[in-house]
Write a protein that binds this ligand. Structure first.
Ligand SMILES: NC(=O)c1ccc[n+]([C@@H]2O[C@H](COP(=O)([O-])OP(=O)(O)OC[C@H]3O[C@@H](n4cnc5c(N)ncnc54)[C@H](OP(=O)(O)O)[C@@H]3O)[C@@H](O)[C@H]2O)c1
Length: 293
């Protein structure tokens, strides 16, 4: 867990672009350490910790939001042209700040299909989907920005309020079986905690600009669904073979099943010494159960 004797102090001010599922969780975690954390959203909110940023509508944060900022985390996906919304609209403003650290949430989709093989940061990106090509382009934009950037490649994100348990309860789960198919995942608490760990230890450990944050146990979707039904005390419907189900899936859902890879966390967990809070989907879903109504 987080070491509170960290170099992060109440003097640190974080701007989190994209206060969605991961951004909001990160903001709450960093505030527990005494830092200021403001999150963006695309529409006006009454939350004093929230500011407006909408790249599509050219709604830009006011100058006072940037005063005293030491850290930035961007959790916003690429725009439709494959440009990064934060850099596109705010790069000139950001580059004049005295930033200690900038983080960017990317995806492991940039690795493409490895036919079930393990993939690490040392492997060349090989994006298969257009959205992954756009993402890789955004990574490049951040790397070329001259900002003190660190990129986190993430697989499927889940956590309290957004997991297989909610999908089962709302009838959105499809029990699909595809031989030898696996997915990697990460609990949202481990995204926040791993990033905080890396910021805190950045003067002690080797710096790595690109880091995967994934749990220890890539596995089939059906194993996760089966465990979810068990936790909820419900009977799992009969499984459907992927070949029979695929035509009823949305194009985006189909695209996820085309890629099959195991994402390695060895750099983060072995070399850099981060200890996962939720090392597999079972302990992760046990945690999510507490917030299910
Ligand atoms: N979900 C996954 O399984 C997964 C897996 C790997 C990587 N990722 C990536 O990791 C990042 C965080 O994921 P997440 O699931 O936590 O994200 P999320 O909940 O979908 O939040 C995305 C945030 O981006 C903001 N946003 C979107 N378009 C914007 C624009 N044009 N201008 C300004 N703000 C914009 C949204 O604003 P509002 O709050 O106003 O909606 C929201 O706060 C994203 O880049 C995501 O693509 C996600």
């Amino acid at each position: 867990m987080i070491d509170i004797s960290s170099p992060l102090t109440v003097k640190n001010k974080f701007l989190i672009f994209g206060g969605g599922f991961s951004g909001d969780y990160f903001a709450k975690s960093i505030r527990k350490l005494g830092c200021i954390a403001l999150t963006s959203s695309r529409s006006v909110s009454n939350d004093p910790n929230n500011f407006i940023f909408n790249s599509d509508k050219n709604l830009i944060p006011k100058d006072s939001i940037f005063e005293g900022v030491t850290h930035i985390l961007s959790c916003i996906p690429p725009d439709k042209n494959g440009n990064d919304p934060v850099l596109k609209k705010l790069q000139n403003k950001i580059k004049n700040l005295s930033l200690m650290w900038v983080g960017y949430l990317s995806t492991t989709g940039i690795y493409g299909n490895t036919y079930g093989e393990w993939v690490s940061e040392e492997d060349q990106p090989n994006p298969l989907q257009e959205r992954s090509q756009r993402r890789l382009n955004c990574e490049k934009e951040w790397i070329n920005s001259d900002l003190p950037i660190q990129i986190f490649r993430l697989p499927g994100i889940y956590g309290p309020g957004r997991s297989t348990l909610e999908a089962i309860k709302t009838g959105k789960v499809k029990v699909i079986d595809k031989k030898n198919q696996v997915f990697s995942r990460i609990h949202v608490a481990d995204i926040a905690n791993a990033i905080i760990y890396l910021i805190q230890t950045k003067n002690k450990l080797d710096f790595h600009q690109i880091i995967n944050i994934a749990d220890d146990e890539p596995c089939s979707q059906i194993e996760v669904i089966k465990y979810g039904y068990k936790l909820l005390g419900l009977k799992m419907p009969k499984k459907i073979l992927f070949e029979e189900a695929k035509n009823d899936l949305s194009p985006i859902a189909q695209s996820f099943w085309i890629e099959n890879r195991r994402v390695s966390n060895k750099l983060l967990c072995e070399k850099l010494g981060y200890k996962l809070i939720y090392k597999n989907f079972r302990v992760g879903l046990d945690n999510c159960l507490a917030s299910i109504n």
